[in-house]
Design a protein around this ligand. Sequence first.
Ligand SMILES: Nc1ncnc2c1ncn2[C@@H]1O[C@H](COP(=O)(O)OP(=O)(O)O)[C@@H](O)[C@H]1O
Ligand SMILES: Cc1cn([C@H]2C[C@H](O)[C@@H](COP(=O)(O)OP(=O)(O)O)O2)c(=O)[nH]c1=O
Length: 214
Amino acid sequence: MTKTSLYPGFFISFEGIDGAGKSTHIESFKKLMQERYPDREVVMTREPGGTPLGEQLRNLLLDAPMNLETEALLMFAARREHIAQIIEPALLAGKIVISDRFTDASFAYQGGGRGLSLAKLNDLEQWVQGRADGKLLQPNLTILFDLPGEIAQARRSKVRTPDKFEKLDLVFFEKVRQEYLRRALEDPSRFHKVDATQTPEAIWNGLQALEINW
Ligand SMILES: Nc1ncnc2c1ncn2[C@@H]1O[C@H](COP(=O)(O)OP(=O)(O)O)[C@@H](O)[C@H]1O
Ligand SMILES: Cc1cn([C@H]2C[C@H](O)[C@@H](COP(=O)(O)OP(=O)(O)O)O2)c(=O)[nH]c1=O
């Protein structure tokens, strides 16, 4: 059985290091899905966040310095609420859910970047995404914007005031990137890797050509 058949809906996550180009494409991608599947509702959401409690946790997570384990636990607490309130009900109702980040980000940032053990992250993933039937709720498709840390940093420095994670250095973002790539290798049927060094137009053409295996 594929993960796709766990729910009538379809779950897509967008991932990548800060500045890789997710925000540039996610709204248009939502519109594309809506045009392609006019009889389905498309729900756009994000992590950390997605629920009133999750958004409160997001404010804390993005600004307050905290112990690494605390950070991971709060990320997964926000995720549990997000799954219970938003993601699972939408998937059960046959909707398309697009989330700006999901669990791969915890492996990449708290694991790869900050060094939390993958065993602990695996436990949290099982805890928060495990279902009564023993299967794991995962995105059906994860679109990973892959970009060298240096290029992402140059793009970021042009635009915005950095949050807590964005202030971290180049070595950190390379480790984050490598963990994303490791996760992609581990589950190649779920991941679609985008070469984010391409022009926005080329990236968009690639996204439009992407086949959704419902
Ligand atoms: N393919 C691209 N080539 C050059 N610059 C880009 C590309 N995609 C996005 N950018 C620019 O890089 C910056 C970061 O992009 P953004 O989409 O906000 O990244 P993210 O949401 O992944 O952090 C923005 O200024 C954006 O205009
Ligand atoms: C979901 C998640 C995000 N993050 C981090 C990655 C980002 O730096 C930050 C917020 O992500 P994001 O929403 O992509 O921020 P922005 O749109 O402002 O770039 O949270 C984690 O460290 N772990 C997680 O599990």
